[in-house]
Design a protein around this ligand. Structure first.
Ligand code: 13P
Length: 250
């Protein structure tokens, strides 16, 4: 039985004082949960959040990183730097990074490998655009993105990768994929993994859904056969609302 993993992605929001106040409000609201709870926060909040998460069940993640360990890459942050301050998870290949910052399947693959090389757990995002969906390409696109992101990884590494299926048309739009649709896309991703890495890896790998997840739709989405939790943007910015998503089954 796979564990549910629910991660908040704050994106480019929250000053350090807001982040600290959030952590203090959020921690008591989720302390009973059996779900794995992760907050993926801006670089400038990481250290404050890690300090505040000590002794709690909340894990902290970054939203991106470079694939090199160090060097002349002005403005970038390396996996080693994240690991050194106690970061556990890192989102890789979010559609906003692919769309606005020219990330490709190739850089995503390099980053996933760099995450494992530095003992960070990657949350890899895949998902189709509206145009791709309307022209019937959804399954082909997400199978390909999954394959390319995981290329060259060991079975153990694939098993320990979290995949987030985030249809781009559902992000920040209030349009959620129906639970049947999201579940069937996630089944396709799992099937692609099964084809390459076999049954036991495919059955273990955590695959989340992301795109306008709210407390009002979390239970329906997360009760399906293959959706193992969520990657939540806007609704993770309010501790009360995000705690209701984490406690969807309570
Ligand atoms: P929203 O929940 O705001 O639609 O964002 C989803 C997302 O991009 C999480 O990474």
């Amino acid at each position: 039985m796979r564990k549910k993993v629910i991660a908040g992605n704050w994106k480019m929001n929250m000053l350090p004082d807001e982040a600290i106040a959030y952590m203090q409000a959020f921690e008591p609201l989720v302390k009973e949960t059996k779900v794995e709870v992760i907050l993926c926060v801006p670089y400038t909040d990481l250290f404050y959040c890690i300090m505040n998460a000590q002794g709690t069940n909340i894990k902290i993640g970054a939203q991106n990183m470079h694939f090199e360990e160090k060097g002349a890459y002005t403005g970038e942050v390396s996996p080693k730097m994240l690991k050194a301050i106690g970061v556990e998870y890192v989102i890789i290949g979010h559609s906003e990074r692919r769309q606005y910052f020219s990330e490709t399947d190739e850089t995503v693959n390099k980053k996933v490998k760099a995450a494992f090389a530095n003992d960070l757990k990657p949350i890899v995002c895949v998902g189709e655009t509206l145009e791709e969906r309307e022209s019937g390409k959804t399954e082909g696109i997400i199978r390909m993105q999954t394959r390319l992101a995981l290329e060259g990884l060991s079975d153990w590494q694939v098993q320990h990768t979290i995949i987030a299926y985030e249809p781009i048309w559902a992000i920040g739009t209030g349009k959620t994929a129906t639970s049947e649709d999201a579940n069937s896309s996630i089944k396709a991703i799992r099937d692609e993994i099964r084809k390459i890495y076999g049954d036991s890896v495919a059955e273990e790998v955590i695959i989340q859904y992301g795109g306008s997840v709210k407390s009002s739709n979390a239970k329906e989405l997360f009760s399906t056969s293959d959706i193992d939790g969520g990657l939540v943007g806007g609704a993770s910015l309010q501790p009360e609302e995000f705690s209701k998503i984490v406690n969807y089954d309570a």
